[in-house]
Write a protein that binds this ligand. Structure first.
Ligand code: GLU
Length: 413
């Protein structure tokens, strides 16, 4: 199964189980499962060498009953419609679980951003907006960063969209601060992981001082999760990027690793850190394992070798549905993606709200509000899991699905 198909099928499995528990009929299942709109466009660009290259761009708007569709734009060579569909549905569940007034969407372009020049990336992004601008906007569908995209890409989207509709910062989030981005958006997903782990540890009487973590991924999510963990007194003993990994019993030095990666492109060989096989990172014995890279990191093939006490899904869909079942049988708890990585979309919501109201919030207000909303979502999941004797993913899906159903019911469906 392609990674995209597997994200989609995992979503279907979790959703169907949830609708079963909640006693929902087939029409609600269809509404929660099918996307409201799927867009595919071909984007031709002239490469720097003068040759023509054509990329496929996708945007899936899954649900907008609770608010405009919201979700990232992914640049990765394996992006396809099936993957974007699965990820868009997860966004519907994520915004509902966080109880913010937004729906779910996702987009992607099947390109390798590392192999494109800055000019090529900018052209590709602007052309994508030219193709789909009628379908996106502050009241319909709001894009944000995801794998392979960042604030700069969001800045190009903002500028292209605003060239057509006039200054419209609320049409896209995760923008540079200078263009109406929000304080704290950059670190939000990683710090959100810290908030969720703290709530979980408090509930289960786990002392986080000196608790150990291993993180797969050295992008925006992995790096900020590592910083959040060390603020909580935890030790990140192993961390990897796509090609290298390091281990350090006393806790890795994130600043040193960042410097080393910038200079040498790899994490290995950083002074005072032991190099390890990145394929083995997921098997590190630790209290919290955070897959924060791509989907399908933990599969039926490696689930039995996971030696962590708890898994925290930093990425979207990092555990396949078979692996989820195997880990459940082994009693390894999973803090699911729609909770664990919701910090990003929650601060995107703040950014959208600030832009709509022409306000600028200081960082301490963003941090406080993030803690309030995500802390409550985590406690909702922990309460429901305890009350219904469910694993945390099932509890999270049940809460989210029932909120979307309540909104559908309220529209008179
Ligand atoms: N791409 C992120 C996610 O998967 C953020 C989405 C957003 O901020 O809209 O949650």
């Amino acid at each position: 199964m392609t990674p995209g198909a597997s994200t989609r099928s995992a979503y279907e499995t979790f959703l169907n189980a949830s609708c079963d528990r909640l006693g929902y009929g087939s029409s609600i299942i269809s509404l929660l499962s099918l996307a409201a709109m799927e867009i595919k466009v071909e984007i031709p660009i002239v490469r720097d060498n003068g040759e023509l290259a054509i990329f496929s761009g996708y945007r899936v708007q899954h649900q907008n009953v609770r608010g405009p569709c919201k979700g990232g734009l992914r640049y990765h060579p394996e992006v396809d419609l099936e993957e974007v569909r699965g990820l868009a549905s997860l966004m519907t569940m994520k915004t509902a679980l966080a109880d913010i007034p937004l729906g779910g969407g996702k987009g992607g372009i099947n390109c390798d951003p590392r192999k494109l020049s800055l000019r090529e990336l900018e052209t590709l992004t602007r052309k994508f907006v030219k193709r789909i601008h009628r379908e996106i906007g502050p009241n319909s569908d709001i894009m944000a960063p995801d794998v392979g995209t960042d604030a700069r890409v969001m800045g190009w989207i903002h500028s292209e969209y605003s060239a057509i509709y006039g200054h419209s910062p609320a049409a896209v989030t995760g923008k540079p601060l200078a263009l109406g981005g929000s304080a704290g958006r950059d670190k939000a997903t990683g710090y959100g992981i810290g908030i969720v782990v703290k709530e979980y540890a408090e509930r289960h009487g786990i002392d986080l001082k000196n608790a150990t973590a291993a993180i797969q991924g050295f992008g925006n999510v992995g790096v900020h999760a590592a910083r959040a963990f060390s603020d909580l007194g935890m030790k990140v003993i192993a961390i990897s990027d796509s090609r290298s990994a390091v281990f350090r019993r006393g806790g890795v030095d994130i600043d040193a690793l960042m410097r080393h990666k910038q200079e040498r492109g790899l994490l290995s060989d950083t002074e005072d850190h032991e190099a390890m096989d990145p394929a083995r990172l997921l098997e590190t014995e630790c209290d919290f394992l955070v897959p924060a890279a791509l989907g399908d990191a933990i599969t039926a093939e490696n689930a039995s070798r996971i030696a962590a006490r708890t898994i925290v899904e930093g990425a979207n869909g990092p555990v396949t549905s078979e692996a989820d079942r195997m880990l459940k049988e082994r009693g390894v708890p999973i803090l699911p993606d729609i909770l664990a990585n919701a910090g990003g979309v929650i601060v995107s919501y703040f950014e959208w709200a600030q832009n709509l109201q022409r306000e600028i919030w200081p960082l301490d207000r963003v941090d406080r509000e993030l803690e309030r909303i995500l802390g409550k979502a985590a406690r909702d999941v922990l309460d429901r899991a305890a009350a219904e004797k469910l694993d945390m993913r099932s509890a999270a899906f049940d809460i989210a699905a029932s909120r979307v159903k309540e909104a559908l019911d309220a529209t008179g469906f």
